[in-house]
Design a binder for this molecule. Structure first.
Ligand code: ATP
Ligand code: MG
Length: 253
């Protein structure tokens, strides 16, 4: 039985544009299930990032509701929303946005300190554990400028999960990575999901989308398709790719 952790009802988002309104999201209804790896695909400009930002409270919807923890985050005061983003959500972006004058270790640990949920020792222990898991512990004293894009992104994944977010939001997390680094980051996300992490990822990349258990397809700000898949297994990737590709083709991707 799927348990809904976050849901959107009739979500709309418009931007002021050339004296008029640009309607980017139009009456989106959506449920995110606990522990599931969900992917949002769609053409460039279809509203994927806008949807992710509205669902995660990074931006506010123009109309509609986003329920999380029994509350509508669209109506939440900015202060409460900021706290929620900090305590319950984790974020990964295409550009890693690491703090340039902090080491990889410090970038992760600072998020842990700021949340004030763990003692300093516990934060340090967890940071080391995560950096080890992300295979960047040998370079943890390096600055972001001294490591590769893939290493930066692995560090950003560690930072995103240090406070054990209920939902991990990712917007094109592999968009700036080469093939090998893409696989590494996707493997990490898959592993985190196997351990129970709920992931909502926006991507253009078919290989990234294959990691999802559920793929939603957005067109002109509306969800026009949904595909449910079995658990991801690397041994089945080819068959999965064929299936997802055929589905995307049917949606004129
Ligand atoms: N702050 C804004 N002001 C005005 N228009 C915006 C704003 N943000 C997004 N848009 C417009 O909304 C539409 C959807 O943008 P969005 O970034 O959600 O697309 P996307 O599906 O994530 O595309 P991509 O795959 O290229 O990242 C685009 O036409 C974009 O120009
Ligand atoms: Mg986008």
């Amino acid at each position: 039985m799927n348990h809904t952790i976050l849901s959107a009802k009739n979500l709309c988002k418009s931007f002021a544009h050339n004296g008029g309104q640009l309607h980017v999201l139009s009456h989106v209804n959506f449920e995110l299930y606990e522990g599931e790896f969900t992917v949002i695909m769609g053409a460039s400009g279809s509203g994927k990032s806008t949807l992710l930002y509205a669902l995660s409270g990074m931006d506010r919807a123009t109309a509609g509701e986003v329920f999380y923890g029994g509350k509508d985050i669209v109506k939440m005061k900015e202060k409460e929303l900021a706290k929620l983003r900090y305590t319950d959500f984790g974020f990964i972006f295409q550009q890693m946005h690491l703090v340039s004058n902090l080491t990889l270790f410090e970038n992760v640990a600072v998020s842990g300190y700021l949340a004030k949920r763990k003692s300093a020792n516990e934060v340090k222990r967890r940071t080391d554990e995560l950096l080890e898991k992300m295979s960047v512990s040998q370079i943890k004293t390096h600055l972001p400028s001294q490591v590769s894009g893939g290493e930066q992104q692995r560090c950003a994944v560690a930072r995103a999960v240090i406070n054990e977010p209920k939902v991990l939001f990712a917007d094109e997390p592999t968009g700036a990575l080469n093939r090998k680094n893409t696989t590494d980051v996707l493997d990490l996300l898959t592993e985190l999901n196997r351990e129970g992490q709920c992931v909502l990822m926006v991507t253009h990349d078919l290989r990234a989308a294959l990691r999802g258990k559920r793929i939603l397809y957005l067109e002109d700000g509306k969800i026009i398709g949904e595909l449910t898949l079995p658990e991801y297994r690397s041994a089945d990737e080819k068959a999965r790719e064929t299936q997802v590709n055929a589905w995307l083709t049917s949606l004129e991707w």
